[in-house]
Design a protein around this ligand. Structure first.
Ligand code: PMP
Ligand code: GLN
Length: 382
């Protein structure tokens, strides 16, 4: 986890945001929105502070948020979860992932993820002493080869981590793939960890939580966060739901990671989760429009892209522009076009990195004018 000179190696997201600030380029690298979430939610946090909700909340989370998470799972997915025993509030999805992985694996256990994978998965599996196995997702549609998935999951597999909708590719897995994951988890007695932080950002078929599939709930940890759904990435309010015994095991680890999480943000995120259906439909429709603006811009600029079905990222192949190394392109993109992006190799294991070399990720969770500006600047690429 350290750089060669012994300093902390900055994550690719922090590195690229720093590059954007330094060069004053448009930051389509790190995935964070450039507008804050709903006014009602922001006001609820101010109110909670004024109301004196400023000391340690309960370890599992503020009851008002636990209840809202349970209602959300029921309203959108028909899942009945007990707020008192089957839900846990965490410091973002990141802490939910950390506590889950550290609680559920022993050193030497295998953990299967898809590849490219969100960078924290690799780091956390390493912290837990696990062995990371990956199933590649390849362009153009970034869907897994099902035989490769069957081959990756064995009796040594303790966890299968699924991220659907997927960062960085924007892929959404069809039901048949999710069903195979459940079948393999049963056959090999593995637990499924599903990272659904982009659950409300799908542009075609509605999101399917794995926990809703037959036989899945009892071996699934479902993780999400207020960061993406309410455009409040800096609040770091996340959560998970799972059967009570699994939540208890994860809580045992969580108590020594953060103990509890920011008290006044929790009732505010509860207000967000209880917003009417129209809010959730609108954020998906607006994000789909942004996707279309940037997809058109990237195509005009000469990149090869496939249009993503979810999340707020789009992968572009720089080969037609004469770049075989996406990392080099990302380093030069501020000077060439005044734009920052992230190389897909940052989401890859050393084994597979070369296969993804010409691919770069652009985040489109930005104002439409900014995406149009970025598109115009990219069109001038040589
Ligand atoms: N998982 C994925 C797939 C993500 O993209 C992110 C961050 N954007 C996270 C987890 C972390 O979420 P949080 O900021 O809530 O910790
Ligand atoms: N999840 C966001 C991304 O993929 C940012 C994460 C981070 O900064 N660690 O860009």
């Amino acid at each position: 986890l350290l750089a060669e000179d012994g300093s902390v190696a900055a994550s690719i997201f922090a590195e690229m945001s720093a590059l954007a600030v330094r060069t004053q380029a448009i930051n389509l690298g790190q995935g964070f929105p450039d507008e804050d979430g709903p006014a009602l939610v922001l006001e609820a946090a101010r109110q909670a502070i004024s109301d004196g909700m400023n000391q340690y909340p309960p370890g599992r989370g503020q009851p008002v948020l636990l209840g809202a998470i349970a209602r959300h799972q029921q309203r959108f997915y028909g899942l009945t979860v007990d707020p008192g025993s089957e839900v846990l509030v965490t410091a973002g999805a990141t802490e939910a992932l950390a506590a889950t992985i550290l609680a559920l694996i022993e050193p030497g256990d295998e953990v299967v993820t898809f590849e490219p994978f969100y960078d924290a998965y690799g780091g956390l599996i390493g912290l837990g002493g696990g062995i990371h196995r990956t199933v590649p997702l390849r362009a153009p549609d970034f869907q897994p080869d099902l035989d490769a998935l069957r081959a990756a999951v064995t009796d040594r597999t303790r966890l299968i981590i699924v991220n659907d909708p997927h960062n960085p590719t924007g892929a959404v897995f069809p039901r048949a793939t999710l069903e195979l994951i459940v079948e393999l988890a049963h056959r090999h007695d593995a637990i499924i960890v599903t990272d659904e932080v982009y659950e409300h950002l799908t542009f075609g078929a509605p999101h399917i939580p794995i926990a809703t599939l037959p036989g899945a709930w009892e071996r699934t940890v479902t993780i999400s966060s207020g960061g993406k759904t309410f455009s409040l990435t800096g609040w770091k309010v996340g959560w998970l739901s799972a059967p009570a015994a699994i939540v208890t095991a994860i809580l045992a680890v969580k108590q020594f990671l953060t103990y509890v999480n920011a008290a006044p943000f929790q009732p505010a995120i509860a207000v967000g989760l209880d917003l009417p259906d129209a809010y959730f439909a609108t954020i998906a429709a607006e994000m789909q429009h942004k996707r279309d603006v940037l997809a058109t811009g990237l195509q005009r600029a000469g990149f090869d892209i496939s249009v993503p079905q979810g999340s707020y990222f789009i992968v572009a192949d720089a080969t037609p522009l004469g770049f075989s190394d996406g990392a080099e392109l990302c380093r030069r993109l501020p000077e060439l076009a005044g734009v920052v992006a992230v190389p897909i190799t940052a989401f890859c294991s050393p084994t597979h990195r070369a296969e993804y070399a010409p691919l770069v990720r652009f985040a489109y969770c930005k104002k439409v004018e900014l995406l149009e500006q970025a598109s115009a600047q990219l069109a001038a690429l040589p």
